[in-house]
Design a protein around this ligand. Structure first.
Ligand SMILES: Nc1ncnc2c1ncn2[C@@H]1O[C@H](COP(=O)(O)OP(=O)(O)OP(=O)(O)O)[C@@H](O)[C@H]1O
Ligand SMILES: [Mg+2]
Length: 315
């Protein structure tokens, strides 16, 4: 018999997979004993409030990495609003880089700048440069359609096209005029396998993608992005609309894609950043505050501001 009355409260954290890296729970309010406290007093935000020029604290250990994407002194204005200030960072090849920071700090703006989606917005002005595998993204004469083919993007809310699962996955090949049925079928299977969705959908590839669950739709969107063999994969809060189980599957998937794909991912979930990423970039008010290996950012950040953010003491 099912007991009457309200069900016991479930602690959301209990449903989350355990951290894989042995990192402390980012939901804790105090540093763990092994955390080395930054020696510098908190002063970065005061300097930003005075609008002083800001220099990112980039950890030296990142400098040798082979970069898939290089961002140099990148600026972006929406009209009079200065949304990105002098961002310089190198996104390493074959790794996962997490972008973290409070709401409105410019994470999505930076991500959208990589595939020039901000071009579609009126009044946007940019400065500085970005390079994808050495090729300028913003130079005059860049074919934006061709550029976007080299970059995959997955959004917060899954956005399958209103067509079959099969047609969703092979969409980029259709655009390129590929009509060989064997090539299309093989790409579809490989991409769905890579996205961890093949076993669930292999018998209903002709069904509408809109009938999949939210978590399945998000993995389908990742499969669609992978099918185009992007040089970099941009994920903007890919799990924020998903339940903890679907979130765990996407995190496993990101872990599996690592190595073959270079991923730049926005997340508000500190546990997710610590579990899935190799490097972490902390942004605040349009500035890149600190950028380093994820273990260092979470366990021994150089700046007190970063420590306060990753331990949940502000934001
Ligand atoms: N199209 C736009 N026009 C004008 N201002 C914009 C536009 N898009 C974003 N902004 C502003 O730019 C700043 C950065 O926004 P952005 O969406 O990049 O933040 P975010 O870090 O992704 O935030 P969140 O975590 O809430 O998604 C915000 O102040 C926002 O209001
Ligand atoms: Mg955003």
């Amino acid at each position: 018999m099912i007991p009457a009355g309200p069900s016991p409260a479930i602690d959301g954290d209990m449903l989350l997979p355990a951290p894989r890296r042995g990192l402390p729970s980012p939901t804790m309010q105090h540093p763990s004993p092994e955390r080395s406290t930054p020696s510098r007093p908190a002063k970065v935000f005061e300097a930003i409030a005075r609008n002083e020029p800001h220099v990112t604290e980039t950890h030296l250990s990142l400098q040798g990495d082979d970069a898939v994407l290089e961002v140099e002194q990148f600026q972006l204005h929406y009209g009079a609003m200065h949304a990105l200030h002098n961002i310089s960072m190198r996104i390493p090849r074959g790794k996962v880089t997490a972008l973290i920071g409070p709401s409105g700090c410019g994470k999505s703006t930076l991500l959208r700048s990589v595939n020039r989606m901000n071009d579609l917005i009126d009044n946007v002005r940019i400065g500085g440069s970005m390079r994808l595998n050495g090729d300028p993204i913003y130079a005059p004469g860049v074919d934006v359609i061709e550029l976007r083919k080299r970059i995959g993007m997955v959004f917060q809310k899954p956005n399958p096209f209103p067509m079959s699962i099969f047609e969703n996955v092979i969409y980029s090949l259709r655009i390129d005029g590929e009509s060989d049925k064997r090539v299309l079928a093989q790409t579809c299977e490989e991409s769905l396998r890579a996205a961890g969705l093949w076993e669930e959908v292999k018998d209903r590839l002709q069904d509408s993608a809109l009938r999949l669950s939210g978590g399945q739709q998000q993995r389908l969107c990742i499969a669609r992005a992978i099918a185009a063999e992007p040089e970099v994969l941009l994920l903007d809060e890919p799990c924020s609309a998903l339940d903890p189980i679907a979130t765990g599957r996407i995190e496993d998937l990101i872990e599996e894609l690592k190595g073959e794909y270079s991923i730049l991912m926005v997340t508000h979930n500190m546990q997710q950043a610590s579990r899935t990423s190799d490097c972490t970039a902390f942004m605040y008010l349009g500035r890149l505050i600190e950028y380093g290996p994820t273990d260092d950012i979470f366990l021994q950040p150089h700046l007190r501001e970063t420590e306060d953010y990753v331990t949940g003491r502000f934001g």
